[in-house]
Design a protein around this ligand. Structure first.
Ligand code: 13P
Length: 253
């Protein structure tokens, strides 16, 4: 079975003390993960090491950085390299989140560079795509999201793309409480898998986990995750509450 993943994106929230307590609370929850199920915590940079230490030794739990820079090292004040991220125990890097695209002008081309440096340095990209409301309003979301994949991912080899996790996050559903319906999520995830299959073949496309993100909560996770092409969620607000995120973990297939 394809990997099923509950990924927490804490964004720019929590103090160290709060972050540490939240992780303790989640990790001491009742969830029993099967071998194909994973939980990933995308935490702010200053907490990567603390989070890595807390999950170490537990094969189902992983840590992600929320961003990285396109260069290996050097005079780039304020940036964080893939070597730094790997050296503190993270295995994943979230790339292309709509907030980075919108507030920090990250283009499809820049994201292709970030995907390359992450893969070249034995980290796994958790690559986000998704359309804004006007695009959904004009029913052109499929072409919009396809272009994001084409321009940032389709230079990759079969071997490289199989290491990726993709998250579909419609921008109109992020932090708005307005979740895509399970049918809307399934339709887009099936489209993404088709686009991947056309470029890389069915076997590769069938193995890439595609997560849904946008107002996932304990109350809607089960229905969303029960869709055949929805392989879990990338969760913002609800991942800051231990009990809610616990329910989301338990909703994994
Ligand atoms: P919310 O779950 O708060 O809508 O955020 C989704 C998201 O952006 C996760 O990356």
């Amino acid at each position: 079975m394809r990997q099923q993943i509950a990924a927490a994106n804490w964004k720019m929230n929590l103090t160290l003390e709060e972050a540490s307590k939240l992780l303790d609370d989640i990790l001491s929850g009742p969830q029993q993960l099967k071998s194909h199920q994973k939980v990933i915590f995308a935490v702010p940079f200053p907490y990567l090491q603390m989070a890595g230490t807390k999950i170490s030794g537990n094969a189902n739990y992983h840590i992600a950085a929320q961003n990285c820079y396109t260069k290996k090292s050097g005079a780039y004040t304020g940036e964080t390299s893939v070597d730094m991220i790997r050296s503190v125990g993270a295995a994943y890097v979230v790339l292309g989140h709509s907030e980075r695209r919108e507030y920090f002008n990250e283009s499809n081309t820049m994201l292709a560079e970030k995907v390359n440096i992450v893969l070249d340095n034995e980290l796994i990209p958790l690559f986000c795509c998704g359309e804004p409301l006007p695009v959904r309003g004009s029913d052109s979301q499929n072409a919009y999201v396809e272009k994001q994949l084409e321009e940032s991912l389709f230079h990759l080899s079969n071997d490289q793309i199989t290491r990726l996790v993709i998250a579909y996050e419609p921008i109109w559903a992020i932090g708005t409480g307005k979740t895509a319906t399970a049918a809307q999520a399934q339709e887009m995830h099936a489209h993404l898998r088709n686009v991947l299959a056309k470029r890389y073949g069915n076997e590769v496309a069938d193995n890439i986990p595609i997560l849904y993100g946008g107002s996932v909560k304990g109350s809607n996770a089960k229905e969303l995750f029960s869709q055949p092409d929805v392989d879990g969620g990338l969760v913002g607000g609800a991942s800051l509450l231990a009990a809610e995120f616990g329910k989301i973990i338990e909703a994994l297939k």
